[in-house]
Design a protein around this ligand. Sequence first.
Ligand SMILES: *Cc1c(COP(=O)(O)O)cnc(C)c1O
Length: 394
Amino acid sequence: MSSAPIGSLPWHRPTRAVVDLDAIAYNVQSLRTAAGGAAVCAVVKADAYGHGAVAVARAAIAGGADWLAVALVEEGVALRRAGLLDVPILVLSQPPAGSAVDVVANDLVPTVYSVAAVQELAAAVATTDRPCAVHLKVDTGMHRVGAAPVDSVLVARAVHEAGLGLGGTFTHLAVADELDNPYTGEQLARFDDVLDALRADGIDPGLVHAANSAGTIAHPAARHDMVRVGISLYGLRPDATLDTDAFGCPLQPVLRLESRVSWVKTLPAAARVSYGLRYRLEQESVLATVPIGYADGVPRRLSSVGGSVLIAGRRCPIAGRITMDQLLVDCGPPGSSAAADVAVGDEVVLLGSQGSETIGAWEWATALDTIAYEITCGISARVPRIHVGGEHGG
Ligand SMILES: *Cc1c(COP(=O)(O)O)cnc(C)c1O
């Protein structure tokens, strides 16, 4: 699938993010095995971490995912409108006031943690005449959103009193990617206490879930009835140092960010390039221009932390400041292996493999002191997502 920017005008610029839907399906299977019998919820919020929510959702379901999860009501509605009608879609936070009618009308599964939200949903159910089962979110220590453990029974009772179903009860782990951190065990113990309190009150907690990717892969006690996997679905480790293979959960890379050389020139020693003229050539060198920049999601700071790209199977440093739409690459002195025959139209890989070289999102993230999540989410809407493989690929 390839979307067009203006009507039927094709994407003329050769910059694209190629998303491998077969790898999504592979990763779902791998995570399903790792989750040991728990249901798999594919987290496709933020346009599937920048990979294209509709295509990824379809591929994840085809690969065996049982649920989808999104951050926003709007994201859930978009999936329904794209024709994903039969799969349950969990909205991971409590819907904002005023959105209950859209939640119910689109058959989304809302998260709740306040009595007021429960009552607004009940009112929407009354007007639309559709059922609604909610999931109760318990704050066991992340302290982002959720009902305090002491309030959880109260909110669950309100769900029943309002005539809604309690379809599930869940929590979210703050440090599951830090394997030896005892806090995860403390959160899970607090969660167990809440589940006990609900049951003691005669309330069935429904589908119980706590694990994100790191929880799924590295914390068996977190798996419960369902796991909510995001980053690992995209073939990326939850932490740069978490060896998913060692945990029996091999993952395949999904996204490849690529472009093509748009301009080539040879410049003399001591020439300086790009804004600010901060990059000075030590020797006569071949410079290639690539039509991708910070407006596409290549962080401007990447050039000052040793960022490189792959051309002709070789790593070449980004030269000088990354600009909004373009960046420069130092291919070395004329006649050198990387520079010898660099030409306009040559493939450039920013994220992914070429020959025996690979640059992953974690390489950028580590250099930039961030996480791979931010890198893929940061690839902007200007970059077309080209989905290959899968039922609907090609
Ligand atoms: C984003 C999110 C997830 C997925 O986390 P990953 O680390 O990407 O697997 C799971 N649960 C909640 C509540 C989330 O917000």
